[in-house]
Ligand binder design. Sequence first.
Ligand code: PLP
Length: 400
Amino acid sequence: MEKQHIYYFDNNATSRVAEEVAREMEPFFHDLYANPSSMHFFGGSLQIYLDTARQRVADLLGARPEEIIFTSCGTESDSTAIYSALRSQPGKKHFITTQVEHPAVLTVAKNLEKQGYRVTRLPVDAEGRLNLDDLKQAITADTALVSMMWANNETGVVFPVEEAARIAHSRGVLFHTDAVQAAGKIPINLSETRIDMLSVSGHKLHAPKGIGVLYVRKGTPFTPFLIGGHQEDGRRAGTENVPYIVGLGKAAELARKHIELENTQVRELRDRLEAGLTAAVPGTKVNGRGAERLPNTLSICFEYIEGESILLMLSEKGICASSGSACTSGSLEPSHVLRAMKVPQTYAHGSIRLSLSIYNTREEVDYVIKEFPAIVEKLRAISPFADGKPLFGAGDGHHH
Ligand code: PLP
């Protein structure tokens, strides 16, 4: 039987492990299995591989190797950064973030409120952009930390984190950014910023799932999240995940080389997809089109239909994408990101995210453009909403 081609347009969910990365990891599942903390020659012989990986990640971020801490994932990096900033400044009880962060930050924020912290969630406009005046006004003498994502996972909208970090810094407030979606897609040079902490996840940049990085600027107060052994210079306990660290190092080296491709080839393909879909299908809306966006991400709404139905029909055609919904208390709601952007009700339910990588081809993009109109037509034909009748409840066009 012929293997079905996978049209993979879900790279913001996870990306394929690069062949070069898998190859680099291979020996560490076989001969090179020692614990790098062991006193014997075998353990010691692994140190060089950890050092190389740390240097490669530092080079991708414009950081120093001693500022790189390996973690298990982006989520751990986010939690570590936020709790560290708060524990290091026990007198300060205010945390600033945004309405459109990943749950890895928003769920921590909710938890902090239960523990007595005050949380400010900065709003965004209809294009998903922040107003930095809101940040300036939110900072008080009680503010311990600002955590603001570099790029949004759903829309790809890029936040002005470097400027935001300068603002926070000038007021004596620590600054963390979740750069899980930004790393490898847009240039990052931390040496030129006032960013104190930054999170990266391996599986978004062609390393495996289950490895991440937290950058902590030299001199930043730091309290570990995982405590135990002395690994990572006492900043993250747990025996080093040598194969995955090595893999992430290789992925970082590749990402640095490929960042130009991301911003030429991948951007052109994304723009081709966006132009093709908006031309071929009536009643679309591109989320964040007026903002600076990642080169690989297209978030697009189709009026009067449901994103989940589109996904299922795309899936039948071998196309992998995501929808902009979140299942909250059993009902499908537009995601918190689209709600924060106040995407009109008739559009918000029909949201699809297509996210590309350097492994996508023009043929794949053209296939998606070719398949889409019939799918949308079919769904609109059976949509109870497409004939002008009110949508989803009250029918005033507003979300309750
Ligand atoms: N932050 C953002 C913006 C993400 O997109 C993701 C991944 O979905 C995460 C954090 C979590 O990363 P991980 O899956 O490595 O925990």
